[in-house]
Structure formats: structure tokens, C-alpha cells
Design a protein around this ligand. Sequence first.
Ligand code: LLP
Length: 405
Amino acid sequence: MKYIENKLSLDGVLFNDIYLKYSTPVYVYSQKAIHNNLESYMEKIDDGDLICFSVKSSNNLEILKTISSKGAGFDVVSSGELRKVIHIGADVNKIVYSGVGKTKEDLIFAVKSKIKSINIESLSELKVLVEIVKEIDIVANIALRFNPETSSETHPYLDTGSSGSKFGIPKNEINECLKIIEKQKNINLKGLAFHIGSDIKDFSYFQKALQVMLEKIKYLNIEEHIEFLDVGGGLAIKYFDNDEVLSIQEFVTKVKALVPEKLNLIFEPGKSIIGNAGYLLAKVLYKKSNILLIDAGMNDHIRVPLYNAKHQILPVKKHIFTDQSFKIAGPVCESADIFDHDFHYELDEGELLVIGSSGAYGFSMSSNYNARLRPPEVMISNEKIKLIRRRETFNDFISEEVGLE
Ligand code: LLP
């Protein structure tokens, strides 16, 4: 994203032109940035290692296709996500399925789809899977997602690897899981998995968790049996130019340096692939003292109120930075619907702005709260604007409701 003659542009396309074609609010993605991020992972991994894009961060079919075409696989957490990646023709041998609350139907669908790995998150889930493979006489490839119980410094809602977390198998259940697996000829233990959280800046947290996992593999004496270690996602991204984060290449190199060569690695990045490749374009509707009211709300993008996240916001027409501080607020009837408490560009009504780093968990967490229709998504590809999801209509919105004669 950069200014060309004082007008903000992305990969050679002016945001103003996107507005003229699709109005606001609208999500905008850079295909080039998605490719670059993926390539940064790909260039540092070895044969046998795998990048599984975390579909929860963005599940647009065109985006999934873009990612799959570069050789990546997918990390899914629901039958809906699994169906989406199968729909775009993803290689099932590159799909891993995590999730703490898979239903029996989810598990049956996953086993029948013959995916690379069902990442089991509890002893009880494993027992359900045992019943399934017996009932339908089918083989299931699995990994055990273990909770390393090493906390990390991130927003509490983004921490998944602490003791007491609902994610992963707790220490006291792992031996029992292995005993069950040993007795089951239809269940292949292919790997171990972990995921400590999201937006993690400090590598020492990954290092600690990796050490716990490697010790566990030794202690359980399964080194010779398993093929891979799935290290989850979680690498932090830059929200502002001077944020300090590890580059993707540094991150992968550091992880690989800690893991024995014979163990293949699976990475499950979400944010570090799509986060900085996406933007939310919005318009100032009204100005009320120091508040700029815009046409995007927390229903379109909930990260700021939910995680106290900070996103860089820039005017589409270049402005000078002023000493005056403005709030940027959405139209939703909630006091939490604020995108920025300290914005320093004095925009007029009708002007456009762009909320950066919005590609991950932006659209995928959007809702219809306040009966607001979901925004469209466009992708910039070869300097062209491609519509990849149209704006929701009122008829779409009411189409599932029944009973009104
Ligand atoms: N693998 C597993 C098992 C996960 O649970 C997640 C994210 C990822 C991979 C991808 O993590 P990433 O590379 O995107 O950090 N809505 C929150 C993030 C929730 C992350 C949930 N799990 C946010 O907007 O910050």
C-alpha cells in the first residue's frame, strides 16, 4: 500500500477506483502479498514439510484457490471449512483438521475424506473416533494435539497453550491416548501437534513449547513411529511500520534448527499469510466534534473491540498529520464499536480511509449484527480489481428465515 501522487494505492490500483466500482465498506486483498508470504514459508521448508493455511483466518474460495495453487495445504476446524477446501480441489493429503468440539458427524466426514491428519484434542474425542473406525471399518490418520502448558505473552483471548486451556490434550490424558492407539489397527498415529496462540512476537515462547513437545516425543518413545510435528500457527505480524516482529523466513529457520531432521514439520499460518494482504476500505459518514463516524462497523471487523487490537488507519487522500486527536467510530449500536481512539488526520465527511492488516479474521469473523449486510471482497490481481464475493443483499439476509406466511 502506498501513495501515488497523494492517492493511496495497492499494487497499482487506486483505492478510490475500488470505491467507485464497489462502494464501501469493502475488503480488498493483494494477491501478490499472499503469494509473497507463502513463498517466504515455502523457500525455507524442506521436502516433506508442509504449509497448511489456517482457513479460519479467511475462507473465501478464490483466496483458498490462490493459496492451493502455490502448493500449500490447509488447516481446518469445522466440516464447513473442510467442505470449502475440498470444493476448490485441495489435495486431501495436505489437509489437517484441528478443533476441540468435532461432532461424530464431523469426524466421520473427515475420516471418509481421507485427509492427512485429524488432530485429536481430547481422550474423549479419541474414543469417539475409535467407535467410528470400528463401525465403518476405515483407517484414520491422526495426530495428537498436545497442550504444552507453556503460556505466551499475547492477548488472553489469543493464548491457547496455557495450563487449563480448553485446547489440546492435557498432560494427564496423553498416556491413556497412546494406550488406546496401540490397540487400534485402524488408527495410525502420524504425528504430534501443538498451537500456542496467535500474534506471538517473542520466539522464546515457540522455543519453550517446541522443547516440551520434543521431550514428550522422547519420553513417550514414539520418535520412530511418527512422521511429523505440527507446530501450529501464531507468528505475529506488523500492524504498524515500526512494530518489531520476526520475518517468516527467520521464524521458519529458527523452528527448523530446533527440530531433528527426520521429523517433518507442518506449519499452520493464518495471519502471517493473509493478515497484511488485506484491507478494509470505508468512508466517513459524519463528523461529530472529534469523532469520525464511518460506514464500517464492528460487525464487519471485530478485532479492535474484541482483542483491543490496534490497526493502522490511513486516509485514501494524503493528509498531513495533525496534533488534534480523533476517534474513528462505526455505526453499530455499541459503545465498543470504535476502530481508533487516537487518529491524527482530519478527514471530511465523504472521505475514504483504509484499515490495514485486516485480511486475517476480518471478513471471516464478520456478522450481521444490527441487521447489517456483509461487505463484498475484492482481490487485486495483475493490477486488476477482481470481485471475489459480492455484497450481501437483503434477500440473502432473510433467506434462511421461515414461518412468515
Ligand atoms: N492452528 C490452530 C490450531 C489455530 O487454532 C490457529 C488460530 C492457527 C493455526 C492460526 O493462527 P495464526 O497464524 O492466524 O495466528 N481471531 C483471532 C485469532 C484467533 C486464532 C485462533 N487460532 C484474531 O483475530 O487475532
